[in-house]
Design a protein around this ligand. Structure first.
Ligand SMILES: Cc1cc2nc3c(=O)[nH]c(=O)nc-3n(C[C@H](O)[C@H](O)[C@H](O)COP(=O)(O)OP(=O)(O)OC[C@H]3O[C@@H](n4cnc5c(N)ncnc54)[C@H](O)[C@@H]3O)c2cc1C
Length: 367
């Protein structure tokens, strides 16, 4: 198996924040045999890395990295549907384009999401009214303890809003190797999300993809030009009891009622309302057009992003008594850590206030 050890392996081009970090050991397994040869990771600090577009290296030193290299796309055609099986290391957007070229429709609303296919089930990626789970049939997953690949059907994956079993019970217990999708041949454009309703009902999947790409490009900075990890914070979900006084005080506050009676709020709007859109500090900042996106102008240090994120979290809590938490994964030399456990030795103290408004960059506020 391709592997590098006892060296300073740079991860700077392997994280979309362009943070300077390196690891002393990295594995690139591409077969079951190679997975079986991995050392016992249970007793090590390690991190499974895809394309690093939802990853923040908090410290210059990263733990042991495993970056799966399973590739390939297989299509089986049935009377009324296609079954598509894809290696974890394939690029997500390339898969969306590939499917559309083959006349296989369903993923067009998820076009232009950075990252690998193997990471998509982990947080059940979603955008413009569609989630990964909508087309997932099963996920193949290498279990460290049995050293074998298991298939989890969609139900077993426990998909929820930016969540799955891979973030919960199976966290750090194995590696996703392949994903299988089922796409019915009978297709209808999903135009439920604002911005897509400009298209006609009988539009093609290609037209939907073009519109999604247009909308995303106008809202989100390209990580290659301005390093970022997309939405940094998750949209907070609060109880009806906590929402009532907020709605009274801020009648314009965007909110999305959930099936269980809770309310989802727009984290970008909250950040905007505390006047932090466009705020810059130590080479990092809040994007000028999209308050939910933190950007790295010219810092090498993950700690600068952490400091900014803690400041934002504090300001939002002070004004709205709402806790916003990161969607991005925090990786230290000791492996992944909870954001709340990370220390900020030099907290930002800066007083500003403006009044603006904002929307979600992904089109996923009301998922
Ligand atoms: C500009 C921009 C826009 C974005 N837009 C969206 C959006 O619209 N919707 C959305 O949901 N997300 C969005 N994201 C977040 C990101 O694209 C997704 O989280 C994506 O799935 C990350 O893929 P990755 O390969 O880069 O994952 P990484 O950052 O490398 O890893 C993310 C997580 O997945 C785990 N992981 C990765 N590969 C495997 C594997 N093979 N087996 C087990 N675990 C694995 C990692 O350990 C980590 O916990 C955006 C990010 C950016 C930079």
């Amino acid at each position: 198996m391709a592997m590098h050890s006892n060296l300073d392996y740079s991860l700077q081009s392997s994280n979309s924040f362009n943070i300077k970090a390196s690891c002393s050991c990295i594995y690139f397994p591409s077969s079951l045999a190679e997975l079986q040869q991995l050392p016992d990771l249970a007793s090590e600090n390690f991190y499974i890395l895809g394309e690093g577009s939802n990853t923040l290296f908090v410290e210059p030193q990263a733990p042991i990295i495993v970056q799966p290299k399973f590739t390939g796309i297989d299509i089986i055609e049935h009377d009324d549907h296609f079954i598509v099986t894809v290696g974890a290391a394939e690029n997500w957007h390339n898969l969306v384009c590939f499917c559309l070229e083959k006349g296989i429709y369903g993923l067009e609303n998820l076009a232009f999401i950075p990252g690998s296919v193997g990471a998509a089930p982990v947080q059940n990626i979603g955008a413009y009214g569609v989630d990964f789970a909508d087309y997932c049939q099963e996920v193949n997953w290498f279990e460290f303890s049995s050293k074998n690949i298991k298939s989890l059907d969609k139900k077993a994956c426990l998909f929820a809003y930016r969540d799955s079993i891979f973030k919960q019970a199976l966290y750090n217990k194995g590696i996703i190797t392949q994903v299988t999708f089922k796409f019915p041949k009978q297709w209808q454009a999903n135009l439920s999300y604002a911005g897509l309703d400009v298209l006609s009902k009988d539009c093609s999947a290609q037209e939907v993809m073009a519109q999604v790409i247009k909308l995303r490009s106008s809202k989100l900075p390209d990580p290659k030009e301005l390093p970022n990890a997309g939405s940094f914070f998750k949209n907070p979900v609060i109880s009806a009891k906590d929402f009532a006084p907020l709605q009274q005080q801020y009648p314009n506050m965007p909110n999305y009622p959930q099936q269980d009676g809770d309310f989802k709020l727009a984290a970008g709007w909250l950040i905007d309302q505390v006047g932090l859109k466009g705020f810059r500090h130590q080479g990092v900042g809040v994007h000028e057009k999209q308050a939910l996106v933190l950007v790295n102008y010219d810092s090498d240090l993950g700690a600068d992003i952490i400091r900014l994120a803690k400041y934002i979290q504090r300001k939002v809590a002070e004004k709205f008594s709402v806790a916003i938490t990161p969607e991005v994964r925090m990786i230290t030399s000791q492996g992944e850590k909870a954001f709340s456990s990370l220390k900020d030795s030099k907290p930002i103290s800066h007083e500003i206030s403006t009044d603006n408004s904002d929307t979600s960059p992904y089109g996923d506020n009301n998922d």
